[in-house]
Design a protein around this ligand. Sequence first.
Ligand code: ZN
Length: 152
Amino acid sequence: MEIQKGRVVGMHYTLRNEEGEIIDTSEGREPLMFLQGFGNIIPGLESELEGKQLGDALDVVVEPENGYGVRHEQLIQKVPREAFQVDELQVGMQFQAQTEQGPVPIRVVEIEGQEVTIDGNHELAGVRLHFSVSIESVRDASEEELAHGHVH
Ligand code: ZN
């Protein structure tokens, strides 16, 4: 059975960055299940999987524009240490920033004295993604899954 819109796909994947370091993998876990054609996974991967078959294995390179987006420098800002109501602030900590567009996840990327640099970009923004995937299962989605737009 081939992958097309409205089918549920089980896939094993390993995601590497440009340097070949593993960012994420399903190895040792259950395959990732998603509903094809509903934006459950990043668009650059979803489009490459269309038409592939059960048992196929492939490598897919996804550009940032079709992955987690490009980096926006204006999402990197310096804010005073007092803006954080935590005792121990560390690089890598994540917070929700309240903005006019609603809550936005931010990460602390640098702390210099009382000055803290935060980054509102997705961690994988600007990163070219290298996926190795194998298709483990393909089935038709139920009506309920189609109505909800995700796998049950
Ligand atoms: Zn549901």
